[in-house]
Design a protein around this ligand. Sequence first.
Ligand code: NAG
Ligand code: NAG
Ligand code: NAG
Length: 342
Amino acid sequence: MAYQRAASVLAAMMVLFASIPTGVQSTGVCYGVHGDGLPSAADVVQLYKSNGITAMRIYVPDVQTLLALNGTNIGVLMDVADENVPRLAASVSAASDWVKINIQRYLPGVSFRYIAVGNEITGSATQSIVPAMKNLNAALSAAGITGIKVSTAVRMDVLSASSPPSFGRFKDGYMKDVVAVINSTGAPLLLNVYPYFAYAGDTKNIDLDFALFQPSSQVIRDDSFNYTNLFDAMVDAVYKGLMHANTDAPIVISESGWPSDGGVGASADNARTYNQNLINHVGKGTPYRSQPLETYVFSMFNENRKPGAETEKHLSVAPRTTLSVAPRTKRFVCLPTCGTQT
Ligand SMILES: *[C@@H]1O[C@H](CO)[C@@H](O)[C@H](O)[C@H]1NC(C)=O
Ligand SMILES: *[C@@H]1O[C@H](CO)[C@@H](O)[C@H](O)[C@H]1NC(C)=O
Ligand SMILES: *[C@@H]1O[C@H](CO)[C@@H](O)[C@H](O)[C@H]1NC(C)=O
C-alpha cells in the first residue's frame, strides 16, 4: 500500500519537478507528516533520492526519518519541536541532552545543515527562542560539532512594515537578539514566505499573476528596484529588516508553496505554476541579494489532519494525485536527473 501511494505521488511529482535544473543544490522539500495514509519514512526518503531532491525539512527529530536519512547526503533542516523550546532555553544541559539524542547519534551519516528553534513562534513564547538558540550553540560547540547552524523560522509578520520592501523593519525586540546570535555564528534567518496568503488576503490589490511569478502588469515600485513578482518583494522586505538591524545575515526560505484547494486562487494548476516558477526563480536570488536562495518547498504531502484554514491542508507538491498507480516493477518512476535506479 505504501509503495502504491509512493508510486502515484511520484508520478504526479514528475509534472512539478521535471524541470529542476541539474546541479541546483538549493531546492529542498518540506516533509510534514500530519496526513493520513502517508508512506513510511524509508519510502519517503527513497522518493527524495529518486527525484534528485537534495534537501529536506523535518519538523521534529523523528527517529525513523533520521535513520532513513543515514548515509544519503540529503541536507537536513530540522526543527526543535516548538513545545521543547522552553526546556532548551532553561539550561545548557537540556540542550546538550537534546543534541546527544537528536544530532550526535546520527553523525556523520546524516547531513544536518540547520536547526530551527521554533517554527513561527508568536506571543510570550518568543522569549524562549534566543536563550534556546544560545544553549544549543553552546551544546554543539561543547560536543565539538561544527557546521550546523542554529536559527529560528519566522513568517512575514515579524515585520512591522513590508511594502515597499525598503520599509522592512522588525517589529519586536526579540528579533534584535535573534539577529545578534545569527550574525555572530553565520547562521541564516529562516523565512516561511507565502505570496499566496498575501494574495488571498487582498485579492483586490494583488494580481494573481504577480503572486504566481507570471507576467503581470503589476509592479511594486521602490527606491532601488521595481518588483515584478510578490515573492521578491516579500523576501527583500525581510532582507531590509536584517540590514536595518545591522547584519548581512543571509535568508534561507524554510517554507514556500501554494495550495491546490480550499480557498480563493487555490488550484492544482496554480500550485504547479507557483512551485515550478519558484524553483526556477530562486537560483537567481532577489534584487537585494543575487546569490541563489536556498529554498524548501512546502510540502511533500497534503496534510488533512492539520488544524487551521482549509488551504493549509492542501499544500502538497503533488496536488490532486489522480494518476494511475505505477506497476510494482516500476515502483520508482525516474526523472532524467535521478541516475541509476533499482
Ligand atoms: C548509519 O550507517 C552506518 C553505515 O552503515 C552505520 O555504521 C551507523 O550505525 C548508522 N547510524 C545509525 C544511527 O544507525
Ligand atoms: C554583525 O557582525 C559584523 C561583523 O562582525 C559587525 O560589524 C556588526 O556590528 C554585527 N551586527 C550585529 C547586529 O551584531
Ligand atoms: C521603475 O519603473 C519606472 C516606470 O517605468 C521608471 O520610471 C523607474 O526609473 C524604474 N525604477 C527603477 C529603480 O528602475
